[in-house]
Design a protein around this ligand. Structure first.
Ligand code: MRU
Length: 352
């Protein structure tokens, strides 16, 4: 993706350092954050300097490679196993993280260089898969389409292109008249901050809406299609995604609006029989109680926006049952969200 006339990916490795776009500073500042050790990369995943399923996966793969590069000597195997634990403890929901760590760990048992190569392959595949999802998904849009999206499943959430936003970028390039309603996505506002920033930079017409506006817009016939990303897809087609997705899916069903999930096969967890087994992250209540931004002079501010002394419950994801999902756009094709289609998809994936 081009930012300030320069081509960027969300995360990459150079030597022993991992570099990433500092997403906590967006949309106000564009900065690159350097992680010198695997533990720095873990911290960046935990504090959401980098976030979004694919980007977390790539970062976790690089962190695993960093651990192999970092440790030497007799206790290397023990240290690397501890590092793997640390990486896997950063965030629990996105399947891509565990997928990447597993692959890079096994490559690293051959050599540290193999670990780096494997991590790079995972990042490249994430980008290529997203591009393909864009190509397949853009066919779903008619010449004019009003689309609702939730959270950020754009290029910032992956290594490049994104999933839910990739079809939108391509449809706009193809000359289609697309308009995007962007859910603000409290509490961290990935929609209002990140999706809106991406769309603005790409000159895609859009408007940010509060999270509670979707029902009204749908009831007024203003939304033709909903497209969201995914953090983990269970074997039966249930989908974990940013909290609030379930509500959009139920509404879309009520108003007969197609509801699509866009995600690469690295997000599918065939070991998870249903969505009930997907671990749901609970984050710090401060993310709800305080909001951050800049003041009118451009200075960073953090303000308390809730009743002082009250507690908040911050579940970061919800699970949308397969029955509400019109289709899942993967790099291998658009499939039905049900058990047989997912099983077939993953079997074909193993063969390729
Ligand atoms: O908590 P985040 O920002 O890492 O959440 C992940 C997401 O960005 C969303 O759930 C997204 O819609 C799907 S993953 C790209």
């Amino acid at each position: 993706m081009i930012v300030n006339d320069k081509l960027y990916q969300t995360v990459w490795i150079e030597g022993t350092s991992v570099f990433m776009i500092q997403q906590n500073q967006l949309p106000f500042n564009f900065e690159i954050h350097e992680c010198k050790t695997y533990f720095d990369t873990c911290m960046a995943i935990t504090d959401m300097t980098i976030r979004g399923a694919g980007a977390i996966g790539a970062a976790a793969g690089y962190a695993m490679a960093q651990a192999f590069l970092q440790f030497r000597g007799n206790d290397k195997a023990v240290k690397v196993r501890e590092a793997r634990q640390d990486i896997e403890n950063t965030r629990p929901t996105a399947r891509n993280l565990f997928y990447a760590v597993e692959k890079v760990y096994h490559a690293g048992l051959i050599s540290a260089e193999s670990a780096v190569v494997e991590a790079q392959k995972i990042a490249q595949k994430d980008s290529a898969d997203s591009k393909r999802i864009g190509e397949l998904g853009s066919d779903l849009f008619k010449k004019r389409a009003n689309i609702l999206t939730h959270c950020n499943a754009g290029w910032l959430a992956f290594v490049d292109y994104g999933t839910a936003l990739a079809p939108i970028y391509l449809a706009a390039k193809q000359g289609k008249d697309v308009f995007v309603y962007v859910d603000e996505t409290r509490p961290r506002n990935q929609g209002g901050k990140l999706t809106a920033w991406e769309l603005h930079n790409n000159h895609i017409p859009h408007v940010i809406i509060p999270d509670n506006a979707a029902a009204t817009l749908m009831s007024q016939g203003k939304i033709d299609l909903v497209i969201v990303g995914a953090d983990r897809i269970a074997a039966n087609g249930d989908v974990a995604n940013k909290i609030g997705t379930l509500g959009r899916a139920i509404l879309a069903n009520e108003y007969n609006i197609p509801f699509y999930v866009a995600a690469p096969t690295s997000t599918v967890d065939i070991e998870c029989a249903t969505g009930k087994e997907i671990p749901i992250e609970e984050r710090d209540q401060e993310e709800i109680l305080y909001q951050s931004g800049i003041d009118r002079n451009g200075n960073p501010v953090q303000v308390l926006v809730c009743s002082p002394g009250s507690k908040a419950l911050n579940l970061a994801f919800d699970v949308t049952p397969a029955k509400y999902i019109t289709g899942i756009i993967t790099e291998k094709g658009i499939i039905k969200a049900h058990h047989q289609s997912i099983k077939k998809l993953m079997e074909e994936n193993q063969d390729s």
